[in-house]
Design a protein around this ligand. Structure first.
Ligand SMILES: Nc1nc2c(ncn2[C@@H]2O[C@H](COP(=O)(O)OP(=O)(O)OP(=O)(O)O)[C@@H](O)[C@H]2O)c(=O)[nH]1
Ligand SMILES: [Mg+2]
Length: 247
């Protein structure tokens, strides 16, 4: 298949072509630039949402539930799960696949995991290029799931139109988020696992930390803090409302 043919098939949302295009990007194949140029005129339709936060916070569960909600609103969804931590997390990726299986059976959903294959360098750029493929394929929303621990995840978050930072009620999470730079990239916060003790305290702690940053600029966006219980599908509509508000 020639590159223009591949590009045409991507544009018609052919799933095999999408998979092949993203693999081309992942492998640093020399035709990547050409492929992206062929697709450039079709970009800009998708709304890109970054979902980031510490390991195990519930990012995949939230992503699945948000996807179901968007689908029930008639929207199509592309998901890119970025796993920056290479060999050891094969299990985690597998877990994600099983969790995502339900939504990925749906024709209006495309799920792709991207791993680092050794080096962290370039992963954020590749994830962004993969999002361009899904954008060109006409998906309405693109969700990036990344573990918020390092610089490359912060870069991916910056490539999103709206970045949601997911934390859990356990004390210290807010402080940790501040240290790791998650505070700076968050357009709003989700305290997930709100069925656990301490959720309200966590919301208060975050809100207090955020209030220290207020500059009183007229157009200042102050990140909201909302609660969810993703495993019980609670708070997801509120999360989508916050996304729309930021949009
Ligand atoms: N109690 C409770 N458990 C939850 C909630 N949301 C998710 N979980 C559970 O928390 C665990 C981790 O959820 P995931 O969605 O895999 O979390 P993740 O942030 O994607 O994890 P990694 O991708 O490994 O960093 C799973 O066992 C979920 O069922 C919640 O709201 N409450
Ligand atoms: Mg996950």
């Amino acid at each position: 298949m020639t590159i223009p043919e591949l590009a045409d098939r991507v544009k018609s949302r052919d799933r095999h072509a999408i998979a092949r295009a993203i693999t081309t990007i992942e492998n640093d194949d020399q035709s990547t630039g050409r492929l992206l140029r062929e697709l450039a005129s079709k970009l800009g339709h998708a709304y890109r949402i970054g979902i980031t936060g510490p390991p195990g916070a519930g990012k995949s569960t939230l992503t699945s539930e948000l996807t179901k909600l968007l689908r029930s609103n008639g929207k199509t969804v592309g998901i890119i799960a970025v796993d920056p931590t290479s060999p050891f997390t094969g299990g985690a990726l597998l877990g994600d696949r099983i969790r995502m299986q339900e939504v990925s059976m749906d024709e209006g959903v495309y799920v792709r995991s991207m791993a680092t294959r050794g080096s962290l360098g370039g992963l954020s750029a590749k994830a962004k290029d993969a999002a361009d493929i899904l954008d060109a394929a006409g998906f309405d929303y693109i969700l990036f799931e990344t573990v918020g621990v390092g610089q490359s995840e912060l870069d991916i978050a910056k490539a999103a139109d709206t970045t949601v930072v997911v934390l859990v009620p356990e004390s210290g999470d807010a402080v940790q988020a501040m240290k790791s730079g998650l505070m700076e990239i968050a357009d709003f916060f989700v305290v997930n696992k709100s069925d656990r003790e301490g959720a309200d305290q966590a919301v208060r702690a975050l809100t207090t930390i955020l209030s220290f940053r207020v500059t009183h600029a007229e157009d200042e966006w102050i990140p909201a803090v909302i609660k969810t219980t993703a495993s019980k599908n609670e708070g997801i509509e509120n999360m989508l409302r916050e996304i729309d508000k930021h949009r």
